[in-house]
Design a protein around this ligand. Structure first.
Ligand SMILES: NC(=O)c1ccc[n+]([C@@H]2O[C@H](COP(=O)([O-])OP(=O)(O)OC[C@H]3O[C@@H](n4cnc5c(N)ncnc54)[C@H](O)[C@@H]3O)[C@@H](O)[C@H]2O)c1
Length: 337
């Protein structure tokens, strides 16, 4: 079975993806710096679970440590790289912009160097729906221009897309960039709305609802998301002979084996419907603290998932109410609440 180097395996998405890959018999080496952006114990628990599964090994270090990353790759000899480690979070990027430059720009460059040196079959890297920035035409489509990033977080991810394109072009490195849409699910991140809301409601604390609740998100269940990643591993982009070969709606570059793919649920959910579903799953009403829009935030996101479906035959389907119920069960069990 193939050897896959996954960065960010102690993180939310990397953990779920690795579980899926291991269940299919892949060998996975995880690389994660265990940064303290949020509770490191949660990251350690995720890694401990993975380490109990045959086929998984891991290194704890920063992406910025280029020599270590290269040495690990020399030993493991990956055929595929899935790069998910990075500094996430839209709001935190207003407080600590430098950590985005270090992890996302320098770190991603180091991963690309490893991919180039090892001539991997396919490099897949995480971007975000936030790169659509101030675009208003929805659902967001990969072939539309996305040039109005509103935060340094989304700017670093857009830069990663450009960096990925250049390496795909120069070194014939098949590269897929994912644009993820508001991912939620079990073992989720404490800085994301679902986790914060469930925690506060259970404790009887108020929840902050931005833009007075007039927000829409394309909430994507993590199990659906990692299924999409898994299927895309098998579809490395192929450099087209000419631009005419590219099918309508395909973001394939005319000059590189490079493509951008949305992974979302393909549905936009009103924030207040999301809150009501949480209240129902928890069995308790929230104390609502209505707030104005936050700087750098956008009122709505919604993915066009036609490209994902045409490449893989797959479209995420989980209803957000079912996903929320699963999350609340996990949260109560994990925190014994
Ligand atoms: N969760 C979402 O809704 C969402 C949406 C869009 C994009 N993304 C992107 O998907 C990727 C994974 O997100 P996630 O939700 O799993 O986040 P996460 O924070 O749970 O996971 C990221 C992991 O990367 C590690 N990391 C961070 N900086 C590092 C560095 N410099 N060196 C080594 N390791 C480092 C962290 O320790 C963490 O375990 C990120 O690139 C994120 O920007 C996530």
């Amino acid at each position: 079975m193939k050897r896959v180097l996954v960065t960010g395996t102690a993180g939310f998405i990397g953990f779920h993806l690795t579980k899926l890959l291991l269940s299919e018999g892949f060998r996975v080496h995880g690389y994660d710096g265990m940064t303290d952006y949020y509770d490191v114990t949660l990251k350690q628990r995720r890694h401990q679970m993975l380490l109990q599964t045959p086929g998984f090994s891991a290194t704890e270090d920063l992406l910025e440590n280029h020599d270590r990353l290269m040495q690990i790759a020399d030993e493991f000899e990956p055929e595929i790289i899935v790069h998910l480690a990075g500094q996430a979070g839209v709001r935190y990027s207003l407080e600590e912009p430098r950590s985005y430059i270090d992890s996302n720009i320098v770190g991603t460059f180091n991963v690309m160097e490893v991919a180039r040196t090892h001539k991997v079959d396919h490099l897949l890297m995480a971007s975000t729906s936030s790169v659509y920035g101030a675009n208003e035409d929805m659902p967001f489509n990969e072939v539309e221009k996305a040039d109005t990033q509103l935060t340094i977080y989304s700017a670093t991810k857009k830069a990663n897309e450009a960096m990925g394109h250049s390496y795909a072009h120069l070194w014939d490195l098949p590269t897929t960039m994912f644009r993820f849409f508001t991912v939620y699910g079990t073992w989720g991140r404490p800085d994301l709305a679902l986790y914060k809301f469930v925690d506060a409601i259970l404790d009887g604390r108020p929840i902050d609802i931005y833009n007075h609740g007039d927000m829409y998100r394309d909430f994507t269940n993590v199990d659906d998301l990692v299924r999409g990643i898994r299927l895309l591993i098998d579809v490395p982009p192929i450099r087209p002979a000419s631009a005419e070969e590219i099918e309508e709606g395909d973001s394939l570059s005319p000059v590189a084996p490079y493509r951008v793919v949305n992974i979302g649920n393909g549905d936009k959910v009103r924030l207040m419907d999301f809150v009501e579903a949480i209240e129902e799953a928890v069995g308790k009403e929230a104390i609502r603290n209505y707030m104005p829009m936050q700087m750098g935030d956008v009122p709505a996101t919604w993915a066009n998932t036609n490209l994902l479906q045409s490449l893989t035959g797959y479209r995420p389907q989980t209803d957000f109410k079912d996903g929320i119920k699963q999350f609340v069960e996990w949260f109560r069990d994990y925190h014994d609440k």
